[in-house]
Write a new protein. Structure first.
Length: 587
């Protein structure tokens, strides 16, 4: 159990001034990563001193606060401050020198970030000065003008039998800004090398990206245009997981968290189709190729849609029918950027497939205007998962929004930066192996990077492009090859609806540990729930069960660059208590 210290009143004050405050997005991040936690205000935490690991995201210097934090660590607990110093100068052994609005972290050969490859583009960093000899500082900051400073991006120090650590940038704001982008009010700034000419007169999601053409892109070995090869947000999630794991290990704490996917799956693959043109013969060819690949996919269908024969086969073959909202002023008159036309198109498609629940959407050409209004449209219409965040040019494919994980966007300060009841699933690339869109090598690299960070490798294949490609391979044939390659790496290929359903199911699971017990609370029965035990030295743990819990697998495993024991179980609705020991255990 983690303990989070924050100030709800301070967040509300900031938002009442019309300013964003993303600090409590940490709750969403921890929930998605499978951690259990409770929330504390500063005064209550000082009184109670809950043992374990405390994360501070909101506090003010006050009488007794710093002293209480130091005593907490001395007693064998761990404290992690994120973003600011919060009056903990004496405890952390650092002080603030200045602020850096935007920058990049140069980690060097730090073991904390071993095998992490992204640029760590960050926002609202505190440039700290180390004031104690026993503080270990990691990383350097590079500013937007290229200047490199010696101020650390992460610090830690031992205090008594405990630890105090600090992450030196606003992690929550950084995650929200990168994965959500900013409001699209005008064409975005094109890339200097002409590989990302997004200033094409069409407002799209990539016009709102906050990533940098120079510092955030890399070039694949085949030497094509640079693109967003590394998922910054997902690597920050791994960084946070490592920090929390290391703090728990340092104080001898055993914890557990739920894993992202069921049955110990490392990652997920996803194929979607935008049905531009709605050519029946090409749809049939695509369905044949999907049958050859043996994967289900999501058909984002643009008005005026397909005949019943295609819809029937899509459903019979186990695929998903979704909306491809068109706001390009084409195909049908009702195709402007407006909720009225969005609802018209959704209702139009729904009438073509009566009794079928449409829960997914991707906007035609990834159209977007404004900030979060489209998420409101999705909420009000019952669309639960949205795929429009992605690049439209050769040079901005990949992790343009920093992530390949399903994520939850947030609204404006006027709505208290609330989390939408909508999941955003980024689109990574279009129609490989067509070179101007995505080469075969680039697609396989994106799949590998998605696996590295345990996310969803999402590729869009247009039926209209299925017969295009290279001299040696067409898009339809490469789709079959890519799906096979993903399965060889241990991925399963899911529809958008299946991803949404699992993410929502898992977020309602709570796992807690107490000595030799694990308590699992679930709102519904779940098969294949995967739990990571932070007990790498107890790889011989065995678990027995009664009829209510089925233990399917238990084994040592590496996740996030750390050692865990992976437990795969079927659990009933309600509360299950598992008792563990190094020899035997019972449920």
């Amino acid at each position: 159990m983690l303990h989070i210290v924050w100030s709800q009143s301070d967040c509300e004050r900031i938002r009442s001034e019309g300013r964003d405050d993303y600090r409590n997005y940490l709750f969403e991040m921890l929930n998605y990563a499978g951690y259990s936690f409770d929330q504390w205000d500063q005064e209550s935490w000082i009184r109670e001193q809950p043992s374990g690991v405390t994360v501070v995201i909101g506090a003010e210097a006050s009488e007794g606060w710093s002293e209480a934090a130091s005593r907490y660590c001395e007693a064998g607990n761990a404290l992690l401050a994120i973003g600011q110093i919060y009056g903990l100068e004496k405890t952390l052994g650092i002080s603030s020198a200045s602020l850096l609005n935007e920058g990049w972290i140069l980690w060097g050969d730090s073991l904390l970030t071993k095998d992490l490859k992204s640029s760590f583009h960050s926002f609202d960093a505190t440039l700290a000065v180390v004031n104690a000899d026993d503080v270990v500082g990691l990383g350097q900051w590079r500013s937007i003008n290229g200047t490199v400073t010696e101020h650390p991006a992460f610090t830690s120090r031992s205090i008594g039998s405990g630890t105090a650590a600090w992450i030196g940038f606003d992690l929550m704001k950084t995650v929200c800004l990168i994965q959500q982008g900013v409001a699209v009010l005008r064409d975005g700034r094109p890339s200097p090398d002409s590989s990302g000419l997004i200033n094409d007169g069409i407002l799209k999601t990539d016009d709102g990206s906050v990533l940098d053409w120079q510092y955030d892109r890399d070039t694949a070995p085949d030497g094509t245009a640079p693109f967003y090869m590394h998922p910054i947000v997902d690597e920050m999630r791994i960084l946070l997981a490592r920090v929390l794991y290391d703090l728990q290990q340092q104080i001898g704490l055993s914890e557990a968290q739920t894993w992202f996917w069921p049955n110990g799956l490392t990652a997920i693959g996803h194929i979607s189709h935008d049905t531009d043109g709605n050519v029946v013969e090409l749809a049939e060819t695509m369905l044949d190729k999907l049958a050859e690949a043996g994967v289900p996919s999501t058909w984002c269908t643009i008005a005026p849609g397909y005949p019943d024969s295609i819809y029937n086969r899509i459903q019979q073959d186990g695929h998903e029918i979704a909306l491809h909202y068109n706001a390009l002023g084409s195909e049908i008159p009702e195709s402007s950027w407006s909720e009225r036309d969005y609802r018209y198109q959704l209702d139009y498609l729904q009438a073509q497939v009566p009794g079928y629940e449409i829960v997914s959407n991707k906007n035609h050409y990834l159209r977007w205007e404004g900030d979060t209004s489209f998420y409101h449209w999705c909420e009000r219409s019952g669309v639960r998962i949205e795929q429009s965040k992605g690049g439209t040019k050769q040079g901005n494919k990949g992790f343009l929004f920093g992530t390949c994980h399903p994520n939850v966007p947030v609204s404006s300060p006027a709505e208290n930066n609330r989390r939408f009841n909508v999941i955003s699933l980024p689109t990574l690339a279009w129609d490989p192996p067509i070179p101007i869109r995505c080469t075969a090598d680039e697609a396989k690299l994106l799949l590998l990077r998605s696996k590295d960070v345990y996310g969803v490798a999402h590729f869009l294949f247009h039926p209209g492009a299925i017969l295009n490609g290279t001299d040696t391979m067409k898009a339809g044939d490469f789709m079959v090859e890519l799906c096979k390659y993903g399965r060889e790496l241990g991925l399963e290929w899911w529809t958008s609806e299946a991803i949404d359903r699992w993410v929502r199911t898992r977020r309602n699971v709570r796992v807690e540990t107490a000595e030799d017990e694990i308590t699992v609370e679930s709102d519904e029965a779940i098969q294949g729930l995967t739990v990571l035990l932070h007990k790498p030295d107890q790889v011989q743990v065995s678990v027995g069960s009664d009829a209510s819990v089925v233990v399917k697998q238990i084994k040592p495993i590496e996740r996030f660059g750390r050692s865990y024991v992976e437990l795969v179980i079927d659990v009933p609705q309600g509360t299950s208590v598992l008792k563990l020991s190094a020899e035997t255990a019972t449920v």
